[in-house]
Write a protein that binds this ligand. Structure first.
Ligand SMILES: [Zn+2]
Length: 307
């Protein structure tokens, strides 16, 4: 359970103490060693090549866009080299920009994620997540005035001096849980899932709720099943667009499933041996390999249940 989930542990030092150091930031953006990751309308830049890899450019390649006010966020440093994310969403045809042309393409991270190196998956998830937050917080939630990026892209400040509210990047907590009872586990299907995919239950944490409360409530609402022991397993950044998935194993104390058809197409108990013997096909398959849902199921199949 100590193994990090995909999209976590980017290996970057987030250097939060340097985010207010304007001189250091200006030097890094002028440094030819510095690497920038362009993000366009929530799609990450992936280098062209035999294997998918994060597309990094020198800051000089996007100088004109940065000077024109494109949102820039400091991701951190690795081996002393600064890494930034730059939002090119204002461009209609970013692949035609001189600094980018022919070097790569923009992809939804979920399409290429599992093929990336683990650390790069984490860096690109960070880049996508923080720039998405900027794009959805352009106006102050207190007074409605425009906000401006500050702290190297880790804060937005209201431009109205009478308000001056600070806004910080948001991450929305969601619980995701493998419910088990003896040698069976509870899996469900949402209508929009790929054919055959069955997954663990999940839902957002509500105000005034502990994580354990949220697990029990979501399981009861979606399937009518009552759980008692709720044990934390691990977590996963899931910036699609702005969540962190908090993974649990939960022990059921009832059997009878009553599916909430507003949430799920179906839910059922599955025997461990049946899952292990069943090849992935359009009647039954487990969730995608880069998801914590898959990890929660696979660890339970192996008997690795948190106690
Ligand atoms: Zn304001």
């Amino acid at each position: 359970m100590n193994r990090p989930n995909f999209y976590a542990s980017s290996g970057l030092d987030r250097v939060s103490h340097l985010r207010r150091d304007a001189d250091w930031l200006a030097e890094r953006l002028a440094d030819p060693e510095t690497r920038v990751q362009p993000v366009w309308r929530s799609q990450n830049f992936i280098a062209r090549g035999a294997e998918p890899a994060a597309g990094w450019l020198p800051a000089s390649a996007l100088r004109r866009q940065i000077e024109a006010g494109a949102t820039v966020a400091l991701l951190g440093t690795q081996d002393g080299v600064a890494h930034f994310a730059v939002d090119l969403s204002a461009e209609e045809a970013p692949l035609e920009l001189p600094g980018i042309a022919d070097l790569g393409d923009f992809f939804d991270l979920r399409r290429v994620g599992p093929a990336l190196r683990h650390a790069e998956g984490g860096m690109l998830a960070f880049a996508r997540g923080i720039l998405h937050w900027h794009s959805r917080h352009r106006f102050c939630g207190v007074c409605g005035s425009p906000t401006q990026s500050s702290e190297a892209g880790h804060q937005r400040r209201c431009s109205n001096p009478a308000c001056n509210a600070s806004h910080f990047p948001r991450t929305d907590p969601a619980v995701i849980m493998l419910v088990h009872r003896g040698d069976r586990c509870l899996l469900g299907r949402q209508p929009q899932f790929p054919p055959g995919m069955h997954s663990t239950l999940a839902g957002f944490v509500e105000p005034g709720e502990s994580l354990e409360d949220a697990v029990a409530r979501e399981v009861r609402e979606e399937t009518g099943i009552v759980v008692d022991e709720v044990r934390y397993h691990s977590s996963q950044p899931w910036p699609f667009p702005s969540s962190i998935m908090l993974g649990f194993h939960a022990r059921a104390v009832t059997d009878e499933i009553v599916v909430d058809t507003n949430e799920l197409e179906r839910a059922a108990w599955y025997d461990r041996d049946w899952i292990l013997a069943h090849p992935a096909d359009d009647r039954f398959r487990l969730p995608r390999p880069d998801s914590i849902a898959r990890r929660l199921v696979e660890d339970w199949l192996k008997g690795e249940v948190p106690v």
